[in-house]
Ligand binder design. Structure first.
Ligand code: SF4
Length: 800
């Protein structure tokens, strides 16, 4: 047995902690890997126990097909034939847009890329989106509005302990990604301060120097109140505002209407505490605001994040060393999963689907006519809501919306009403249990692929184990389905081959991976995008050079060229701006796409500056907004390409310019508005939802790991003692939480760490304690994010 350790990354959250997998009898064990700077060897219980699911009795090792209403084991050929037949039938009877595709933020970059290509090239459908829409889409939209692009953190996590103050908004790192807490602990050890904004005094909030506990859904007002005080107290950085921003006057007027006393009435946060927060944030030379799902999962999430970005801008924080705004992405590949074309409105390279130049570029890589590419489709909730009506068949990978979607009982009904449902998963999730065909796919340690963590650092997950018999990769599934649907080439099952095509498709886009190779990822411990190739960005292989085929709909398809050396026209960001006039105004809801906004490279360049390829120092200038070259130290190990004209990647963005057309960050003019569903006499309490440390997302994986399940066996309703007293509930009593969408029952957990007007439920479980039965699908008008974080409920005692 080979006993050497394989360095790789955790399969779960966006931190993508480094770990070694060492072969042991019957599988692998996780061992410490200290060389990865994000976690430096630390792992949470989920990462430590991740190998358990690899050899679990409950994992799927045979396809399942539904016969006479019952899922039964079947061979791969039968299962794939059934899926191809189901999708073909739908397409023939109802048209390509009746076929839906739903992906996930846990899929590797290669899978996300191949899934988007499969939807648009093989099925010809516009109806593809993914569960990341429920994760960070509001932060993405706000980042694009303000900075011209969206990358979770525009700086490495290693910068966090070195700043002066961090405002952490709606993030409970102690539960969601515990190793990241170490960066905040070090911040405090270095003399910095931590402010946590959360309606609950979480384990993270307990670490804070100042905890602000606003009513759920009012943090937009909180940010505006702080902004007001910054101005009123003469703390605005006028020089920075003049030199590096636009839109200040309108934003200022909106903020000045939010008097601290008014904000106190809305949020419940006192004026003295607001003032203290402003003082702590403004006094140090450097400071950051980091947001997570709290401000983002709201029907005004884009505006809420925009208001926090405004606070960074007015104080001159964004685009300065050890400062700025960042989003703490949630899912394992939450960042990469949104860059490669599985979003309803985007093509690979984070390009806008309505941009003619972007369509031309990607179509050329794919070897198809750009006119055959569908336009934007529905966002995730709207797609799920249309099942059984406009959407008749669905192919789903890497998601479990029966547990994770808002208004989940309704979504479960919609899924059950489909003509045909196919699911690829590692276990029989609650969604897979509804399927007509279930395909068992490989897990993280059984396949190689890349992910992009919350810092924009592209990482290589390496195969350490041979998959069990009966299991294939998602890439194999897409290749086989494409072939059965008439597209013989262009869907390799080899991940590196897919990645090489992805690099070409991303070239010249915002998230430019063209200079990143598997070899570099292995040697450099990850590479930050943008990382243009030394070749002129946008270079693509000649189209349709080898074995073009057809997909049965009249489109020409075929394998792409293989070496990417033939230069066509520059498809750099400069060209993308041309699409603004052509946009379909009805698609403005999908503003979370950087391509159009990035527009021309600041300064009028025609593509990323690295296209000149003559950077003797090997720093490869990259896009003008990248600013990585002037970054403080701590970039990690030496780069393979140094001195050879190879772009080093871009740990830090915006140090010189922002990615907007004029290089300036944009203030947004936003005002407070209430949650979509305010408490009333019938539903007098606010429900907010979140996670616990031992479970992950819908729990499909972690609920099947004994240690994790023992630590967190089921849901609960966290409530303040005063609320419990009014209800007559004691700790552990069953309590019903009722919203306009349904009813969930779980034991009461009574604690004074939550506001008396609010209850909290974790959302990892199905059944009667399913929190998302209750949540509100009211959507943010820009990001289409549902309002998971605040809805009106009432509580009822339950006799047991
Ligand atoms: Fe790290 Fe997240 Fe994995 Fe925990 S779940 S080990 S925090 S990547």
């Amino acid at each position: 047995m080979n006993t050497s350790a394989t360095p790789t990354h955790c399969p779960y959250c966006a931190l993508q902690c480094g770990m070694n997998l060492t072969p042991v009898s019957g599988g692998v064990e996780v061992t410490e890997r200290a060389d990865f700077p994000v976690n430096r060897g630390a792992l949470c219980g989920k990462g430590r126990t991740a190998p358990e699911l690899l050899s679990s009795r409950v994992r799927l090792t045979s396809p399942l097909v539904r016969r006479a209403g019952v899922l039964e084991p079947a061979g791969w050929d039968e299962a794939l034939d059934r899926i191809a037949a189901g999708l073909s039938r739908t397409r023939a009877e109802h048209g390509p847009d009746a076929c839906g595709v739903f992906g996930g933020g846990g899929l590797t970059n290669e899978k996300a890329y191949a899934l988007g290509k499969f939807a648009r090239v093989v099925l010809g459908t516009s109806q593809i989106d993914y569960n990341g829409r429920f994760c960070m889409s509001s932060a993405a939209a706000a980042g694009i509005k303000a900075f011209g692009l969206d990358r979770g953190l525009p700086f490495p996590l290693e910068d966090v302990p070195r700043t002066g103050c961090v405002i952490l908004v709606g993030s409970n790192l102690a539960e969601t990604m515990p190793p990241a807490l170490r960066h905040l602990t070090e911040l405090k050890e270095n003399g910095g301060t931590l402010i946590v904004v959360d309606p609950r005094r979480t384990r993270t909030a307990e670490q804070a120097d100042l905890h602000l506990a606003p009513r759920p859904g009012t943090d937009l007002a909180l940010a505006l109140g702080m902004l007001h005080l910054v101005v009123a107290e003469g703390r605005a950085d006028e020089e920075y505002i003049r030199d590096r921003t636009s839109g200040w006057e309108d934003a200022r007027a909106a903020a000045m209407a939010h008097w601290p006393e008014y904000v106190e009435r809305i949020t419940g946060v006192s004026v003295p505490r607001l003032r203290e927060a402003v003082r702590l944030f403004c006094e140090p030379e450097a400071a950051m605001v980091l947001t997570a799902r709290g401000p983002e999962q709201q029907s005004k999430g884009t505006d809420t994040v925009g208001a926090w970005i405004n606070l960074c801008l007015v104080t001159g924080r964004a685009g300065r060393p050890l400062s700025g705004y960042g989003c703490l992405t949630g899912q394992g590949n939450g960042q990469g999963g949104r860059e490669h074309g599985q979003k309803a409105d985007q093509l690979p390279g984070y390009r806008k689907l309505t941009d003619p130049e972007a369509r031309r570029h990607v179509a050329e890589v794919w070897g198809v006519d750009p006119d055959t590419l569908p336009g934007p489709g529905r966002s995730a909730y709207e797609l799920l809501d249309a099942m059984g009506t406009d959407i008749r068949s669905l192919l789903l990978m890497g998601s479990n919306p029966v547990v994770s979607a808002p208004r989940a009982a309704h979504i479960e009904e919609r899924l059950a009403s489909l003509d045909f449902l196919a699911v690829a998963d590692v276990v029989l999730s609650e969604t897979a249990a509804l399927a007509d065909v279930v395909l068992p796919v490989t897990q993280w340690a059984e396949e190689t692929g890349t992910t992009t963590n919350l810092e924009g650092r592209v990482l290589l997950r390496r195969q350490a184990l041979t998959p069990p018999r009966g299991v294939h990769s998602d890439l194999y599934v897409l290749r086989e389905l494409a072939a059965r649907l008439g597209v013989e080439k262009g869907f390799p099952a080899d991940p590196e081959e897919v990645f090489d095509e992805l690099r070409r498709a991303s070239a010249g886009g915002t998230a430019d991976y063209s200079g990143i190779t598997y070899r570099r990822l292995a040697e450099e411990n990850g590479v930050f995008w943008p990382c243009p190739a030394p070749e002129p960005a946008g270079a693509v292989a000649p189209a349709r050079t080898d074995g073009a085929g057809t997909d049965g709909t009249g489109r020409t398809t075929g394998a792409c060229g293989t070496d990417g050396t033939t230069r066509t026209t520059g498809a750099g960001p400069g060209a993308a701006g041309e699409c603004d006039d052509c946009e379909d105004a009805s698609l403005d809801v999908f503003e979370d796409d950087p391509a159009g906004d990035v527009g021309a490279v600041p300064g009028g360049g025609s593509g990323p500056a690295a296209a000149d390829g003559d950077d003797a120092a090997g720093t490869g200038a990259g896009p003008a907004w990248a600013g990585g070259g002037a970054a403080p130290a701590a970039d990690g190990p030496a780069r393979a390409g140094d001195g050879a004209g190879v772009h080093p990647g871009t740990p830090r963005l915006f140090l010189d310019r922002f990615a907007t057309e004029d290089g300036r960050a944009r203030f947004v003019s936003v005002s407070h508005r209430p949650v979509a569903e305010e408490p009333d006499d019938e539903y007098p309490v606010l429900l907010t939802t979140g996670r616990v440390v031992a479970q992950y997302q819908s729990g499909a994986q972690t609920r099947r790991v004994d240690e994790l399940n023992a630590a967190a066996p089921g849901p609960f309703v966290e409530m303040h003692p005063r609320l419990a007293e009014r209800l007559g509930a004691r700790d552990g009593d069953a309590v019903a939480v009722v919203s306009r969408r349904g009813r969930a029952v779980a034991p009461a957990r009574i604690t004074s760490t939550i506001r008396p007007d609010t209850v909290f439920m974790p959302f990892h479980w199905p059944g009667e304690g399913r929190a998302n039965t209750l949540t509100n699908p009211a959507l943010d008008p820009t990001s289409r994010m549902p309002e998971f974080k605040a809805c009106a409920v009432r509580l009822e005692a339950v006799e047991r």
